[in-house]
Design a protein. Structure first.
Length: 391
């Protein structure tokens, strides 16, 4: 059945309106309509020119944007780190080692407990407009536990990332090279069949550049595409490693040198910014304005995890990016949709165009600006995922 969504006051397509690239890449249309046929978008244009459809939905002069593409999350875990958050708010500094407490809780959780919690997070995200999500492992850090995390993630998304190299687990303390042997050997063998991506936390307190290279190159040899956590806690060489290996994204990027920015601007690697982390850890926010003006492709994601960013709200991340990172509302929405799609090397999501997946969000507002203008207000009125209304 064909469904026409019409009387859209502002439609964000993320398809540039001018072929020479000089136009607004948000591809904003007013008084617009979208035709959905099955799981795909069949037509986009002016409401006055809309084709006939069996079902017509009146948007009531509201805004429509693509479904959010959250390209960085850690949704399969056990336990809670609220006490750690409280300590940080009292002045304690964030450190990567806190991950180990979640590892212990995750190992202790049953598979059914993990699956139920995972699906609860997905429902929470979908209600806030997120229609595509990437999910990382990284809270098992043993062959058995990492395998079950990627397997559970693969039940709900094709965008699964093996992150066995998240931190060195307690049982390998002072033996990090031996742990890398495990990650690049038996653990990778067990996890690769369920994953699309390989990731590593290239950071002080986690893995060195040399160790990170070993992990990424082993994953690439097994057919997994690379992504990198880097420059979250301080400057380092992780960005240049990511660019050298053709990583789809480098995530965090809180501390970047001019050389890092230049390397990213001259590459196809997306920089995924995670404002929920800076909000939760009280680290300085990255200067997105500097990055965008330099020509870096920027994505926004939630980094949903129990330690450094326990939010699943892309609207919240958009509001923070506009308020504290120098992005315009249009840039932030693009980064949370088309930018996330580029970080996953997808062209079928994050846009509203014929042939793309019919993942749409109807806002209870006349423009996308309200996502930042009215922070904390539940503005998502309706979501369509693969052409079907949700909720």
């Amino acid at each position: 059945m064909a469904t026409l969504l019409t009387n859209i006051a502002e439609l964000t397509t993320n398809v540039a309106l001018h072929g020479d690239g000089s136009g607004d890449r948000t591809g904003t249309l007013t008084d617009a309509a979208v035709l959905i046929e099955g799981e795909r978008i069949a037509w986009v244009g002016a409401a006055a020119d809309a084709p006939v459809a069996e079902e017509v939905i009146d948007a009531g002069g509201r805004a429509v944007i693509p479904g959010f593409v959250d390209s960085h999350s850690h949704l399969v875990f056990g336990g809670d780190r609220a006490a750690e958050f409280e300590a940080r708010m009292a002045g304690q500094k964030y450190a990567a080692g806190g991950i180990r407490s979640t590892v212990a809780a995750t190992r202790a959780a049953t598979e059914d407990e993990l699956r139920t919690r995972l699906r609860g997070f997905l429902d929470e995200m979908l209600a806030q407009g997120t229609t595509t999500v990437e999910i990382k492992s990284g809270y098992g850090l043993s062959v058995v536990d990492e395998e079950r995390l990627v397997r559970l993630a693969a039940e709900v998304t094709p965008e699964v990332t093996f992150l066995g190299a998240h931190v060195v687990p307690a049982e390998y303390a002072d033996r990090s090279d031996e742990y890398v042997d495990l990650v690049t050997g038996p653990m990778l063998d067990a996890c690769a069949p369920h994953a699309k991506w390989i990731d590593v936390f290239c950071e002080t307190g986690a893995f060195t550049v040399a160790q990170s290279r070993r992990v990424l190159e082993a994953g690439i040899a097994r057919g997994l595409a690379p992504r990198v956590h880097a420059s979250q806690l301080g400057p380092g060489d992780g960005v240049r490693l990511a660019v050298e290996l053709g990583a789809a994204s480098i995530d965090h990027g809180t501390y970047l040198t001019d050389a890092d920015v230049g390397a990213l601007a001259g590459s196809d690697t997306v920089l995924t910014l995670l404002p929920g982390v800076e909000f939760s850890t009280r680290q300085p926010y990255p200067d997105a304005r500097r990055l965008i003006d330099a020509g870096v492709t920027v994505a926004l994601a939630c980094d949903t995890n129990p330690g450094s960013s326990f939010t699943s709200s892309m609207p919240f991340c958009i509001a923070v990016a506009v308020r504290d990172m120098g992005m315009t509302p249009g840039e932030a929405v693009w980064a949370a949709t088309a930018g996330g799609a580029k970080a996953l090397r997808r062209d079928d999501v994050g846009v509203i165009a014929p042939g793309a997946r019919a993942d749409l969000v109807l806002l209870d507002a006349p423009t996308r600006i309200h996502l930042a203008y009215r922070p904390g207000v539940p503005l998502v009125r309706q979501v369509w995922k693969d052409g079907d209304p949700v909720g």
